[in-house]
Design a protein around this ligand. Structure first.
Ligand code: SAH
Length: 230
């Protein structure tokens, strides 16, 4: 694998193989599959795991965090269907790969990450790829990002004990939010929508496992119990 990487620096062959795998896993939205062709995942994966960048698996990115599984990210985008004139709020920038995918689907992406170094690294890779419609912030995403609210789409890529009300409040009319809700081991993916001012919640996917959302309205960092806000 390492050897081939040297032969094919753009890794296009690997990207295509991942896309086939996503398609085999039931992702049939061509616009979504095309995003995985546009964004080189290996740029966002730290060296130690880089050779596995085009496997459909979560990968370590340092600071006890992970880059999410590509098929799950594809599912998120397939469900949320961001439009080119819409704005997205992402909670949990992580390595920035999802942020890069999203930057090609919407007008502007606002992304919050609690770990400064991850946000800094993501910024560098997004800049290197010439992506210029993304704003990053270091902070607690469980309270959202009020300054640019409301958002058409809200994507939470860390597991929450509940749906933080601040995020629901920052959802625009016709807005959609996906958030993994459950305990620290297993979650359901919950789709929250706002139509005619009315909030609805439904299960969009029965089982997934994300790293914990840590913050005022998420999990408490030390005790492993829900944070103060819950
Ligand atoms: N979309 C990312 C997934 C990263 S994992 C990717 O593709 O790599 C989830 C991220 O959420 C971690 O980096 C973690 O530090 C971050 N996170 C956890 N709680 C948070 C909070 N309250 N606010 C912002 N980011 C948070």
């Amino acid at each position: 694998m390492e050897h081939k990487i040297v032969e094919d620096p753009t890794l296009l062959g690997y990207r295509r193989r991942l896309i086939r795998e996503l398609s085999d896993r039931g992702i049939d939205d061509l616009n979504v599959l095309e995003l995985f062709d546009k964004v080189p995942r290996h740029k966002f994966i730290p060296e130690g795991s880089r050779a596995r960048s085009y496997e459909d698996s979560p990968l370590p990115i340092g600071y006890a965090q992970t880059a999410s599984q590509p098929s799950l990210q594809a599912l998120y985008i397939s469900i949320l269907q961001p439009e080119v004139n819409e704005t997205i709020l992402e909670i949990g920038t992580g390595c920035g790969f999802m942020t890069a995918l999203l930057s090609h689907t919407a007008e502007r992406v606002y992304s919050v990450e609690r770990i400064r170094e991850l946000s800094r690294r993501a910024r560098k890779e997004l800049d290197d790829l010439g992506i210029n419609n993304v704003a990053l912030m270091v902070g607690d995403g469980t309270i959202g990002w009020k300054k640019y609210a409301p958002y058409d789409v809200i994507i939470v890529s860390a597991a929450s004990p509940d749906v933080p009300s601040a995020l629901v409040n920052q959802l625009a009319e016709n807005g959609r939010m996906l958030i993994p809700v459950g305990d620290r081991v297993r979650q359901e993916l919950i789709l929250v929508t706002k139509i005619n001012g009315e909030i609805s919640k439904e299960t969009a996917h029965p089982a997934c496992t994300f790293v914990p959302l840590i913050g005022e309205f998420g999990w408490n960092h030390t005790s492993g119990s829900p944070g103060e806000g819950n």
